[in-house]
Design a protein around this ligand. Structure first.
Ligand SMILES: [Zn+2]
Length: 275
């Protein structure tokens, strides 16, 4: 009997930036994980906003071992209500759990231009998070709405090895510097419809790209049409990247999965977790 070797590998997709610890997902985590498995999303990084979601992200990463990973930290949107005690407790939690394999990054941290009134406090908290990443040699996941140039200027004063600018949108003119320094960029559903984001994808080498949903977010434009994010969106994002880069979906998915492994220092389990 003639044996035909099958060389087709199953596609492996990754979500480097999701807020699995968000309240909106509380009742839906099982559903999201199942949806991820059914859509070949084999690894997700649960980003945190404050102490409470950091604890939750850690629990989720332990429950869905090697499928969900945790990024812990204080988001600039939470700086306003942040107490000194909470900041200290979050820092202590991260330090104590440093050798927990479930933790792969400090995130989501950064600066947001919409919260100008608390700029000084944002700077203080971001500095604290960056120093923590430096001390613990952890990658950082950065939120930089309207603040990318300031953040890019600040980062060299810290000894940070791995930096991910999540949902990078502008200014395009800063991209050569960002690429030269080896930063990573993650893009999500807008890669399928936004000319600005497609331009970013075009300019960033595939070796520096990661995919994300940033869920829970509702994307209104086609092909998402107001639907709430699910891991299934990742295949559309990878499809858009492949189209922009003029490569096959297999090649794009494979390289992005390898980027995920290199950036977060983990080995992807292609079956998607322990289960
Ligand atoms: Zn986010």
């Amino acid at each position: 009997m003639l044996k035909v070797a099958c060389t087709m590998k199953p596609l492996k997709f990754v979500d480097a930036h999701i807020h699995l610890s968000d309240e909106e997902y509380t009742e839906k985590v099982e559903e999201i994980i199942l949806d991820a498995k059914n859509s070949n999303v084999v690894a997700l990084v649960s980003n945190s906003m404050n102490l409470e979601t950091s604890i939750k992200s850690l629990e989720l990463a332990e429950r869905y071992n090697r499928m969900v990973y945790a990024a812990l930290g204080i988001h600039p949107w939470n700086v306003n209500t942040l107490t000194e005690e909470e900041l200290q407790q979050t820092t202590e939690l991260i330090m104590k759990q440093r050798w927990n394999k479930a933790i792969v990054a400090i995130g989501e941290v950064g600066l947001d231009c919409k919260y100008e009134k608390i700029w000084e406090k944002q700077l203080k908290v971001f500095d604290e998070m960056l120093r923590l990443a430096e001390k613990l040699s952890l990658p950082i996941i950065v939120h930089s709405r309207g603040t990318t140039p300031q953040i890019v200027d600040m980062l060299p004063s810290y000894n940070l090895k791995k930096i991910l600018l999540h949902w990078f949108s502008n200014p395009i003119s800063i991209l050569p510097k960002v690429i030269e320094r080896g930063y990573y960029i993650s893009e999500g559903p807008p890669a399928a419809y936004s000319n600005g984001i497609r331009e970013v994808v075009k300019k960033v080498p595939l070796t520096n790209l990661l995919t994300e949903t940033d869920g829970p977010v509702r994307y209104f434009k086609s092909p998402f049409n107001g639907k709430m994010t699910t891991p299934a969106f990742i295949s559309t994002v990878v499809g858009a990247i492949a189209e922009i880069k003029r490569i096959s979906v297999e090649e794009a998915a494979d390289r992005i999965a390898r980027n995920f492994e290199e950036f977060f220092g983990v080995k992807i389990n292609s079956r998607g977790g322990d289960a």
